[in-house]
Design a protein around this ligand. Structure first.
Ligand code: SF4
Length: 63
């Protein structure tokens, strides 16, 4: 996504199973490669991860 990924929108690189098409490829953005998931941020499942990410996006959205 050349202009960046807007909050609340899924990345265009996600496939139908929610997996990154660029994983393991050099084209994968550095911010993604440098991200280390944690239980504190991602929870134990997809639903928890999306809830926490949505809360973070809302808390850091521009006014
Ligand atoms: S890891 Fe990065 S490039 Fe891959 S789907 Fe997630 S946000 Fe998109």
């Amino acid at each position: 996504m050349p202009a960046g990924k807007p909050a609340g929108h899924p990345c265009i690189q996600l496939d139908a199973n929610g997996r990154c098409r660029l994983f393991g490829h050099p084209e994968r953005p550095r911010v993604c490669r440098d991200f280390t998931p944690t239980v504190a941020l991602c929870g134990d499942n997809r639903r928890q991860a999306l809830e926490r990410l949505t809360a973070l996006e809302r808390a850091t959205a521009p006014p």
